[in-house]
Design a protein around this ligand. Structure first.
Ligand SMILES: Cc1cc2nc3c(=O)[nH]c(=O)nc-3n(C[C@H](O)[C@H](O)[C@H](O)COP(=O)(O)O)c2cc1C
Length: 312
């Protein structure tokens, strides 16, 4: 039986629902030694900003049970270097590239988005709103529904490419999802990392120089599943699940709940071949379930979403 893995996120057609998550696959090219990256549905590039940034001081990563804490500090090569050194290489690869980007002020978000608008290899923009807002004393854009609305609306007005907003699990995700949707987002990605901390009891010091980092990996997967369920129930636009996917089953969970696609991040650090295995695993699942297309899986559990879902 011919298995069809093709899906759409808005107007973008993808060969399958698997994306490499931002920050875990560099600029895509780094994975060429492991597998042909044109097999994945898409690659979300490392977050870009107006100026290049060296990020935080080491230590920036700490492995935890079933996960890791990172505080890379959004290190990146900057938009100009990306366009000069990376974009010409990406144009030759047959997959979809999504530009993840951020700013410390609304004007910075707008400037970066406008520059990315003209790059042909970029098919959509993924706004990382888990960023401190300098104009508002460092409060993260993503936790405040009003700020989310403001920054998404300004970027939306400035670009025509599909605009995806990557939600933070901090704050009330239903409210921030609704704000992003009402401000014009074309799709939402849930979730970014979860604030976390670890202490070295021998040194009596923080494990991460930034003190706080973001927890990712299988440890956060059930939290991400619940948040995707919440966001799918809140907004009518496509949702992309992200958080702790390490095998086909984890990705299928997101799809059954109504996510249109999913991203694989931390798993790439300990199993760079995970995307190959996951794509095979989805095909095997569809065969086992006697389904021809992955579209038949998307949202299949939505009818069951009604009813009791509180803790008590
Ligand atoms: C080392 C590292 C760097 C990351 N950098 C970014 C980034 O630049 N922009 C962004 O939106 N998310 C970034 N993330 C978050 C991931 O894209 C993803 O949302 C999160 O790790 C949860 O997925 P996972 O459990 O599959 O890793 C980063 C995560 C890690 C582990």
């Amino acid at each position: 039986m011919e298995i069809d893995l093709k899906i759409e996120v808005g107007k973008i057609e993808l060969k399958n629902p698997l994306f490499l998550a931002s920050g875990c696959a560099g600029y895509g090219l780094e994975f060429e030694d492991f597998f042909d990256i044109s097999i994945v549905g898409g690659v979300c590039l490392k977050g870009l900003s107006l100026e290049e940034s060296v990020g935080n001081e080491p230590s920036r990563i700490w492995e935890t049970p079933s996960g890791m804490i990172n505080a890379i500090g959004l290190q990146n090569i900057g938009i100009k270097n990306f366009l000069k050194d990376k974009a010409p290489l990406l144009r030759k690869i047959n997959t979809i590239f999504i530009a993840n980007f951020f700013g410390h002020k609304i004007e910075e978000y707008v400037k970066v988005a406008k520059i990315l608008e003209d790059e042909e290899c970029i098919k959509a923009l993924e706004m990382n709103i888990s960023c401190p807002n300098i104009s508002e004393g460092g409060i993260h854009f993503g936790v405040d529904p009003l700020l989310v609305h403001k920054v998404v609306k300004e970027v939306r007005k400035s670009v025509t490419k599909p605009l995806w907003v990557k939600l933070t699990p901090s704050g009330n995700i239903k409210e921030t999802a609704r704000s992003a949707y009402e401000a014009g987002a074309d799709a939402l990605v849930a979730i970014n990392t979860i604030p976390a901390m670890a202490v070295d009891v021998e040194k009596m010091d923080f494990r991460i120089s930034n003190k706080v980092g973001g927890l990712s990996g299988p440890a956060i997967h059930p939290i991400a599943v619940k948040m995707v369920y919440d966001v799918v129930g809140e907004v009518p636009i496509p949702v992309i699940g992200c958080g702790g996917v390490e095998n086909a089953e984890n990705g299928i969970e997101f799809l059954l709940l109504g996510a249109r696609a999913f991203q694989v991040g931390t798993a790439l650090f300990y199993n760079p071949n995970a995307p190959v295995e996951i794509i095979h695993g989805i095909k095997d699942y569809l065969k086992r379930k006697k389904l021809k297309s992955v579209k038949e899986v998307i949202g299949r559990m939505k009818a069951k979403n009604k009813g009791k879902d509180s803790c008590s």
